[in-house]
Design a protein around this ligand. Structure first.
Ligand code: NAD
Length: 412
């Protein structure tokens, strides 16, 4: 039973360890945030109220342990009182090595959900595999649960196709032409120039295989075949668009191509769920936020640091918990029909994309240097939030105290 003090071990956009008590505090703060957002009235951008929209009694969250997926699980369980099944890929503690942050996050979710009388069941394994899908289906069948909501929130650099056995690795590259941009070197807090060569066709295809909609479709097919989706079931996956200044690395790059595939998959799944169950499949375009996945994308930490500075000053800044609670309150939760844009997507990136906000982002983008990085952007906020993802620099935690790092994540 290792009782030890834990200090952050950060290498660029990676943090090699996590603090169990800080992660647990983050989960409790998200639960409070979700409660606050759900208690507030719907925004003017909300979808129409409907009496036919299904309740949220039972949810499956795939990619449930960090970022947008963790907030989705917390919203379903603590915001709506749903019973939930969750899938993630996290590292358990080993000797004096800590677990990964998502492991500690879910340990706290499990503890509090059990206390609330609606235990969460988690499958920690490769969501892309047939085995995990079979295990989740068997569990849902045995428990008699019919899912009202399926959230698909995976972010991964790799996927093995379960049909062919071929492994694919996604890449973050521009398409068509090289891309040169300023960026932050996270290890040295310097503004540097990154130059990325355009993707090959093979790069584009590999990224689509990992981050496109193929696996989401396999999940929904498996759940439909097993008869574990409730009438009216809604499924959602998350996408990003962002402003033109990040288009070369995001929306028009390899990851954007994969997101286009995810969005096309939503249209195909929507037709199937509508016909069979009067349900629906949606893509929600979310705000750029500090997560383990987004920190790894070149240029994005600089964009986020500038965006945070402006949105915090305007009072429009939101984290993942605010975003997802608002998504369910205004669009996907009981009593709502989602409002969709011209391409059929839900937009909770509306505040990020406000023209006045983006105008100010573009102005700071042109001024930023290593010397003024901390003064004119919220890079300090980005760094703090990055550390907090792993349970470090969380307000109210005494990091000099020894803590138990050998925390169990029972299946639920
Ligand atoms: P994240 O890194 O915080 O979370 C990824 C989740 O996927 C974790 O729960 C992890 O355990 C799980 N996972 C990864 N590989 C897995 C595997 N093989 N099997 C099972 N679980 C696995 O990422 P995030 O930023 O919250 O991203 C989630 C989704 O939201 C992605 O589709 C992303 O593109 C989208 N999105 C993110 C942002 C952003 O700025 N962070 C903005 C808009 C949309």
């Amino acid at each position: 039973m290792p009782l030890q003090t834990v200090n952050a071990r950060i290498r660029g956009f990676l943090c090699l360890n996590a603090h169990p008590v800080g992660c647990a505090a983050n989960v409790r703060r998200q639960i409070d945030t979700v409660g606050r957002v759900l208690a507030a009235p719907a925004a003017s951008s909300a979808g129409a109220p409907t009496s036919g929209a299904p309740p949220l009694r039972s949810a499956l969250v795939i990619g449930s342990s960090t970022g947008y997926g963790l907030s989705s699980l917390i919203t379903a369980v603590f915001g709506y009182g749903a019973r939930a099944t969750s899938v993630c890929l996290e590292r358990p503690p080993h000797g004096d090595k800590t677990a990964s942050a998502g492991w500690y996050n879910l340990a706290e979710v499990h503890r509090l959900a059990r206390e609330a009388g609606r235990p969460v069941t988690t499958f920690n394994g490769d969501a892309y595999s047939r085995e995990i899908k079979d295990q989740v289906v068997a569990h849902l069948k045995a428990s008699g649960a019919r899912l009202d909501s399926v959230v698909y929130s995976l972010a991964s650099p790799k996927r093995t196709d379960p049909t062919t056995g071929v492994s694919w690795t996604s890449v973050l590259k521009p398409v068509g032409a090289p891309y040169r941009s300023q960026s932050i070197a996270l290890g040295s807090d310097q503004i540097t120039t990154v130059e990325l060569q355009p993707a090959t066709d093979a790069d584009i295809e590999a990224t689509r295989k990992v981050m496109g909609g193929e696996d989401w479709e396999l999940w929904i097919a498996a759940l439909l075949d097993a008869g574990v989706l409730a009438p009216g079931c809604r499924t959602v996956a998350y996408s990003y668009i962002g402003p033109e200044l990040t288009y070369p690395i995001y929306r028009s790059g390899t990851i954007g191509r994969a997101k286009e595939h995810l969005e096309a998959t939503a249209r195909a799944l929507d037709a199937r769920l509508r016909e069979g169950l009067s349900g629906g499949a949606y893509v929600s375009v979310n705000k750029a936020l500090t997560t383990q996945a987004s920190s790894a994308i070149p240029v994005v930490p600089l964009y986020i640091s500038i965006l945070y500075k402006i949105m915090k000053a305007k009072g429009t800044h939101e984290g993942t918990a605010e975003q997802i609670a608002r998504l369910f309150r205004d669009h996907l939760g009981p009593g709502r029909t989602p409002r969709l844009d011209g391409e059929g997507r839900i937009r909770v990136d509306d505040l990020e994309m406000e023209p006045a906000t983006q105008h100010e982002v573009a102005a700071l983008w042109n001024q930023v240097t290593t010397e003024n990085l901390f003064a004119i952007t919220d890079y300090a906020g980005f760094k703090q939030e990055f550390r907090a993802l792993f349970g470090f620099e969380v307000p109210g935690i005494d990091y000099a105290q020894s803590v138990e790092t050998d925390v169990a994540l029972d299946r639920g």
